[in-house]
Design a protein around this ligand. Structure first.
Ligand SMILES: [Zn+2]
Length: 239
């Protein structure tokens, strides 16, 4: 039914627009044409009154899951923050978001970033982070050491603007597990029990993020992972 009426709507609208603008190619029908196939590819299901159909579920998700979602992704929860103006030349971010949770994993503080950064974070969390310390003791929260900050690299005077100043970076200093325990980068990197797991997490960030710095990179990163989405010509830079 939906398929048929949408198709009819598309045809009717295309006809109406074409009639109004006989001399020019109308752009509007394209919108309907783009909408129609996505519905049309879904299998026909019997319509039961009062029951949410697969079509409506697929297209709109459940209301509860969508609540508080940003970046057009139901797994990224937060609030839209709009454009951030920088206090130094080269700083600032457009369409920024304040993220508090990704794929059910909370951030220890709401972190300001671009959607590109939030999506990279989601990829990383889903790839290795969540189950790094065991499927029965999942990571439930990331300790955020830094997010958006208009500053130079490593806060050195005269250095280039950090990716933190563009909303494209986040620093993670620890992982809190279901059990309540927090594995910090500073201590966990030195301990035999956690070192290998933390290294695996660090490595997994390489790809979703273009720059990944950990305790072995330099003295500035002994206690956190710096992750940013800057892309480098030679591929991801991970140290
Ligand atoms: Zn950083």
């Amino acid at each position: 039914m939906i398929r048929a009426s949408l198709l009819l709507l598309a045809i009717t609208c295309a006809g109406a627009v074409a009639a109004e603008n006989p001399g020019q190619q109308a752009a509007e029908p394209v919108v309907f044409a783009a909408l129609a196939p996505s519905v049309a590819t879904l299998p026909e299901l019997p319509q039961i009154p009062g029951v949410q159909t697969r079509e409506t579920k697929v297209l709109f998700g459940s209301r509860k899951r969508r609540k508080g979602a940003v970046c057009g992704d139901i797994d990224i929860k937060g609030v839209e923050a709009g454009d951030i103006a920088g206090t130094l030349p080269g700083c600032g971010a457009s369409d920024a978001v304040r993220v508090r949770e990704i794929s059910g994993v909370r951030l220890s503080q709401s972190a300001l970033m671009t959607c590109g950064t939030a999506k990279a974070l989601k990829k990383w969390i889903g790839r290795e982070v969540e189950t790094a310390f065991g499927r029965r003791n999942k990571v439930v929260s990331l300790r955020v050491a830094a997010h958006y900050a208009c500053r130079t690299r490593n806060n050195r005077p005269g250095a280039r603007i950090s990716e933190h100043g563009r909303g494209k970076a986040i620093d993670i200093s620890g992982f809190t597990l279901e059990s309540g325990e927090t594995i910090t980068v500073l201590d966990g990197w030195k301990q035999r029990k956690t070192r290998r797991k933390l290294k695996k997490i660090w490595k997994a960030a390489c790809g979703p993020f273009g720059t990944v710095l950990g305790p072995e990179a330099d003295r500035y990163h002994r206690d956190h992972f710096h992750l940013d989405i800057a892309r480098h010509r030679g591929g991801a830079y991970c140290r």
